[in-house]
Design a protein around this ligand. Structure first.
Ligand SMILES: [Zn+2]
Length: 76
């Protein structure tokens, strides 16, 4: 099992999808960086809403809502 050829949902490039990931390697590592930044931010600023995090960190609100929906980030 080598994975399926898939389009990255972020940049649209073709890549071999592994697990449930639908991001290419580059976009995935970019997302991991953003994710740990958001986690760090939440530790320092507990109780923020997704909109406030999005505003404060200049991140796409949909990106943060996606993280919450996937359970990657727990909304307070
Ligand atoms: Zn990509």
């Amino acid at each position: 099992m080598t994975g399926e050829l898939s389009n990255c949902k972020e940049c649209g490039c073709l890549f071999i999808a592994k697990h449930d990931n639908n991001l290419c390697f580059e976009c995935n590592s970019e997302q991991q960086k953003k994710l740990s930044a958001v986690r760090q931010y939440l530790r320092n600023h507990p109780g923020q809403t997704a909109a406030e995090i999005s505003e404060a960190m200049d991140l796409n609100l949909r990106f943060i809502l996606d993280l919450i929906r996937q359970g990657t980030l727990v909304a307070s």
